[in-house]
Design a protein around this ligand. Structure first.
Ligand SMILES: [Zn+2]
Length: 341
């Protein structure tokens, strides 16, 4: 098996909408930090454009064309915080394409793990609606591609961005083939993702929303990962794990009030790494938010250090938070094998 991969493309730097928290300097900050550490041994891979049919497996063709036309006409505002310029369409195609290429490399066994470090981010983009800085839902397109092109039947998408991943939530609401688990501050933008939203139709139980209050920190997140997400994943047995990796739950982030540290992100990655090893599923991460440049760079590096290490870190004793116990009790309705601790 080859080395871990780092997917990127210069188009990410051309999607520049002026004074905006979701800005090109985010990528530069991540790359400066990784370069200081020899890229953690990762192989750098240029992200291709996503194939049209891969993109339209999640986003209707008419919607994709609308984004293309808006950009090529010079750009404009889709809503008060989702702005495009002429070069945004190319950036968005590469951002989705990087996530898809990551899935190809993981599913073919060519890479053990990797990170798709492109922008614009994706998890707020619903199938037919751009919002929250997002145009195409990169991780959703990649997860759907894993099902369609690699024949997978069970993909776990773990979204630890501080905001609810309403786009991914919408894309797979009725599907049991993607288990979507989101930890997010609540209430907060975009206002979706209450614990009561558990999916619909055949996907009932396969959407797991774990809202946390403002002020939550490493202890609560670690407890939810160890005592809720891990047993849930063991019950689901995913063939691929994708992290919708936003780093705006960091305590220094200006857009939210969750208080994670770099060490907290490393601990979350550690739990995912142990799980993936146990389930023999590859794990990759796709960049979402994170708006304090220092915190973003340090948290990304902390996460990738764990994902790219030769072995998962040893398990640590993590106390069961009341919120974890409550989540397990709720999930029992759809996941009867989950033990309430
Ligand atoms: Zn976010």
């Amino acid at each position: 098996m080859g080395r871990a991969v780092y997917l990127s493309h210069p188009a990410s730097l051309e999607h520049d909408t002026g004074a905006h928290p979701e800005r090109p300097a985010r990528i530069a900050a991540i790359e400066a930090e990784l370069a200081r550490h020899e890229w953690l041994g990762m192989e750098r891979v240029e992200a291709p454009r996503v194939a049209a049919e891969t993109l339209t497996a999640v986003h209707p063709e008419r919607y994709v064309r609308g984004i293309e036309e808006l950009c090529l006409a010079g750009g404009g505002s889709i809503d008060s915080d989702t702005i495009v310029v002429e070069t945004s369409y190319e950036a968005a195609l590469r951002a989705a394409g990087g996530a898809v290429r990551l899935v190809d490399l993981l599913c073919s066994g060519a890479a053990p793990t990797g990170f798709s470090a492109l922008r614009p981010p994706g998890h707020h983009a619903e199938p037919a609606r751009a919002m929250g800085f997002c145009l195409f839902d990169n991780v959703a397109v990649a997860a759907q591609h894993a099902l369609d092109a690699h024949g997978l039947e069970r993909v776990l998408v773990l979204d630890w961005d501080v905001h609810h991943g309403n786009g991914t939530n919408a894309a797979f609401h009725a599907s049991p083939h993607v288990l979507f688990v989101s930890l997010h501050e609540w209430p907060l933008y975009p206002g979706t993702g209450p614990a009561s939203d558990v999916g619909s139709g055949d996907g009932l139980g396969y959407t797991v929303n774990l809202p946390v209050p403002a002020g939550a920190g490493d202890a609560l997140y670690r407890s939810l990962l160890e005592h809720v997400v891990a047993p849930l994943a063991r019950a689901y047995e995913p063939q691929l794990v994708l992290i919708s990796a936003g780093f705006d739950a960091h305590r220094d982030d200006p857009l939210a009030d969750v208080e994670l540290t770099e060490g907290g992100f490393a601990a979350l990655a550690g739990t995912v790494r142990r799980l993936a090893a146990e389930l023999e599923a590859p794990v990759g991460a796709v960049l979402e938010g994170g708006y304090d440049l220092r915190a973003l760079a340090a948290s990304t590096a902390a996460t990738l250090r764990v994902l790219t290490a030769d072995d998962p870190p040893p398990a640590e004793e993590v106390p069961v938070a009341p919120e974890a116990r409550a989540a397990l009790a709720r999930l029992g309705e759809h996941w009867p094998t989950l033990a309430v601790v």
